[in-house]
Design a binder for this molecule. Structure first.
Ligand SMILES: Cc1ncc(COP(=O)(O)O)c(C=O)c1O
Length: 484
């Protein structure tokens, strides 16, 4: 509670100071009040003022000068610090396993490695006590039946809770349209298997979550990559052009806090995507794993809320909000329900009964909204601090996304830097990062990388960012660039 109060105080202070800068009460080159003085005048802690100044720095309004304090600076346009959208190539391609996939994944289970590579939350983010309480309660209530198979479509009380929860995403669905899965990965596998045959073409975002590319590779599908703008998401003009030329079976999209760019699609783009899907007859496979994680305000809508003729298959799960180890995910679709059910019940007939009981209870009355408020704040703080640390330590010209939810940063280094080399060098020093190349099926994004901000108060993180900066400074430079 104290942390929550503290946070709103520093944001308020940052907003007040921004107003003074915008009204030119504080002008470009003016020195900002010292931390101590402002803390005294405002009756707040030094940490509050420090955090407010960090916010203003991240908004490009003030800059720190060594041994002189903070100064109002000419406003750096946000766009000048954001990664640029990669160039698309309207080319179909097979997907081949990227070299770095295993390295990035294996770091998850090694506590010695600073985990900046995988998008995983740290242990402190999990609602461990509540999960333990709900597990015990489920075992007490259900006894040995908690150890029985749960057959497709999954436990009724969980499907009911998922349908209710989706109301907050603007969707009207019933529990009979929901199928539970073993994590969002299984939801994506089932959706793609039900919709496409080997050799079929699907559209994916570029960059996209590398797990999606792995699934596509395993199912022997072909892809066409649609560039993603780090603010607005998928480039729909490009998708329009591609689907005018090629017949695609599905478009896989993360409209909310896209992994890895953090982008959020606007309402008109969601409508346009739904219209394109209806006109060109392809399914929209929505991966909404981060939709519940806006830093502020209400969660954005699901594509289900914009669906024209039932073409949306919604995939969700609790891996980023409760715990990835529960392995609870879901699929929602009316139109494709029987196809999805057929695939699920043959390939993956059962789900984890105890996990489904616990998640259903958490959604029903485990304080989900309270828990989400807590972790959204952690993610916001960590993302903001890490973004500043990256600007402070990485080479000049580095661009970083400014996410409004989720917990990953997408970093674009100047063209001559090689993120695969960085990933190798960093791994030798016990730091894992995800190079840009694993987020695309094409040979590009080599000067990009993704950083995980899901970690709460791991004190190794600032040192790791500093070390990455040093490794970049001494690395041999080549020439790479987005969309190359
Ligand atoms: C966008 C996205 N989709 C799906 C997944 C897989 O989720 P799960 O762990 O529930 O299988 C992840 C995990 O990182 C992800 O980032």
């Amino acid at each position: 509670m104290k942390a929550a109060l503290e946070k709103s105080t520093y944001r308020q202070l940052a907003d007040d100071l921004q107003e003074l800068i915008e009204s030119k009460t504080l002008r470009v080159c003016d020195k900002m009040p010292s931390l101590r003085r402002l803390a005294r005048d405002r009756g707040v802690s030094l940490t509050t003022v420090q955090s407010a100044y960090e916010v203003l720095e991240s908004r490009g309004l003030i800059e720190a000068r060594p041994r002189s304090g903070f100064f109002v600076c000419p406003r750096i346009k946000l766009e000048d610090r954001l990664p640029v959208m990669p160039q698309g190539r309207n080319r179909t391609a097979k997907v081949e396993r990227p070299d770095f996939y295993e390295e990035v994944m294996s770091a998850i289970n090694n506590p010695e490695i600073v985990p900046l590579g995988c998008a995983v939350p740290s242990d402190e983010v999990y609602p461990t006590k509540t999960l333990a309480r709900l597990s015990n309660a489920a075992l007490r209530e259900h006894g040995s039946s908690a150890y029985r198979y749960t057959i497709c479509p999954g436990r009724q009380e969980l499907r009911h809770q998922i349908a209710r929860r989706l109301m907050t995403a603007g969707a009207t669905v019933t529990e009979d349209e929901v199928i539970t899965t073993t994590g969002a990965t299984e939801a994506l596998v089932v959706a793609l298997t039900a919709i496409a045959q080997p050799g079929d073409l699907v559209a994916v975002e570029m960059p996209t979550f590398f797990g999606i590319l792995r699934i596509i590779e395993t199912l022997k599908l072909k892809v066409v990559e649609i560039p993603v703008c780090p603010i607005q998401g998928m480039n729909l003009d490009f998708l329009d052009e591609v689907t005018g030329e090629h017949r695609i079976k599905a478009c896989i999209v993360q409209p909310n806090f896209q992994n890895p760019t953090g982008s959020v699609m606007g309402k008109s783009d969601r409508e346009r995507l739904a219209t394109l899907a209806a006109e060109r007859e392809f399914a929209i496979i929505e991966d909404d794993l981060y939709g519940e994680l806006p830093f502020e305000g209400k969660r954005p809508t699901s594509m289900l809320a914009h669906d024209k003729d039932g073409r949306v298959i919604h995939c969700g799960g609790v891996s980023k909000i409760l715990s990835p180890a529960l392995r609870v995910g879901w699929l929602v679709s009316e139109r494709y329900y029987s196809q999805l059910e057929a695939v699920k019940s043959v390939s993956f007939p059962a789900s984890s009964t105890l996990s489904e009981m616990v998640v259903a209870a958490f959604f029903a009355d485990g304080g989900l909204d309270r828990h989400l408020r807590r972790i959204r704040q952690i993610y916001q703080d960590k993302s903001m601090h890490m973004r500043e640390a990256v600007f402070a330590n990485f080479p000049e010209g580095t661009r970083v996304n400014a996410p409004t939810g989720g917990f990953v940063l997408w970093v674009q280094l100047p063209r001559q830097y090689d993120s695969e080399q960085l990933a190798l060098d960093a791994l030798n020093e016990g730091i894992s990062v995800a190079p840009g190349t694993i987020f695309t099926a094409s040979d590009s994004l080599r000067n990009c990388l993704r950083l995980n901000c899901g970690f709460g108060s791991d004190e190794r993180i600032p040192k790791a960012i500093k070390r990455l900066g040093q490794l970049l400074a001494t690395s041999s430079k080549k020439s790479f660039g987005p969309g190359r």
